[in-house]
Design a protein around this ligand. Structure first.
Ligand SMILES: [Ca+2]
Length: 335
């Protein structure tokens, strides 16, 4: 038996069986390849985006952007606003230094527009950083202190100013201070002439107290000085791009007078004016309204009632103030 095992020869049936196994094996390979291909196709089909899926993704991205971008804008606004509060406080400090030196406050913060009188640029505006004014550069080192962060104008851009919105309340309805000195705040303290009687709709108010004309450069302000004058982007009616007067020694018609020179005030004049010898701490120096939130669009857009404005009072630090109040009452705002 051992011998026959040594000399074993495959029979025909065995050969057929071996061949069958081999073919089955090949078929198995083919089967595997086909399965793999099918699986790949299925996977490919699973990983492709359909048009609807793409549109959904785009819609979600758009939605997220709509949520995130205003948040970024608000964060940037708040950072700028903090910087502006710091600038205002620096201005107040420098005004106090100026007063110690000269006994009163300067006629403007940055200064009026100056022009070259001779030379090749005669008649051209001298850039704001080259002028010497009451505060700059001796008491306020940087021109940026006079410029609110959102203001992006050249150093030679100039404008004439209009007066802020008049106090819209009826006379005698809401007196704020005891102007006649009887120790009572009554309707008698709120009379015509003792409050801001002019507005930017009164042409007579434009450059009031400062004669307008080519020979009077004092009527012109550098636009960069956003605390002397400030742009009112959404002003009443079609008065876009008007530049509102923010800093002045006198506000009322009693003090300023209607003729040449300044008036001397009266018993009913509001004492909160920088031109007086010893104005009270509630006197408004200037304000910043660049960060207001506005009511929805309309012909006459008005600010929302939120503390987005910054008011600089003579006493204390610059602080947030109701935007609508500043809009309504302007210089008469009280702490
Ligand atoms: Ca009184």
């Amino acid at each position: 038996m051992v011998q026959s095992n040594l000399y074993w020869m495959p029979t025909l049936n065995t050969c057929r069986a071996i061949e069958k196994v081999r073919q089955d094996g090949n078929r198995g390979d083919e089967f595997q390849v086909k399965t793999k291909r099918r699986r790949t196709m299925v996977m490919k089909r699973q990983h492709a985006f359909t048009l609807v899926e793409l549109l959904a993704v785009i819609a979600i991205i758009a939605l997220l952007s709509a949520i995130i971008f205003p948040v970024f804008a608000r964060a940037r606004d708040n950072a700028n606003r903090a910087g502006d509060i710091s600038s205002l406080n620096e201005l107040r400090t420098s005004l106090q230094l100026y007063r110690q030196d000269f006994g009163g406050y300067p006629p403007s913060l940055l200064g009026f527009v100056d022009r070259y009188s001779t030379g090749p640029q005669a008649g051209q505006v001298i850039p704001a950083d080259l002028i010497t004014s009451a505060l700059f550069p001796k008491r306020v080192r940087s021109l940026e202190t006079f410029r609110p962060r959102p203001v992006r104008v050249t150093k030679t851009a100039l404008t004439t100013a209009v007066w802020p919105v008049a106090d819209s309340r009826a006379l005698g309805q809401a007196p704020i201070v005891d102007t006649n000195g009887d120790n009572q705040v009554t309707a008698a303290d709120d009379i015509a002439g003792a409050r801001q009687a002019y507005s930017n709709s009164d042409t007579v108010a434009i450059n009031r107290g400062v004669p307008v004309g080519p020979g009077n450069p004092a009527a012109e302000f550098y636009q960069i000085s956003g605390y002397d004058v400030a742009q009112n982007p959404k002003s009443i009616g079609n008065r876009a791009n008007e530049w509102e007067l923010r800093y002045t020694l006198f506000w009322t018609n009693y003090s300023i007078g209607t003729g040449a020179g300044y008036g001397s005030g009266s018993a009913f004049d509001d004492p909160r004016q920088l031109g007086y010898n010893d104005p009270p701490e509630s006197t408004v120096i200037t304000w910043n309204s660049y960060y207001r939130d506005w009511e929805p669009a309309g012909v006459n857009r008005i600010p929302q009632r939120s503390n987005r404005d910054i008011v600089l009072f003579l006493g204390g630090a610059a602080r947030p103030f109701d935007s609508r109040k500043v809009w309504d009452y302007a210089w008469r705002s009280m702490p």
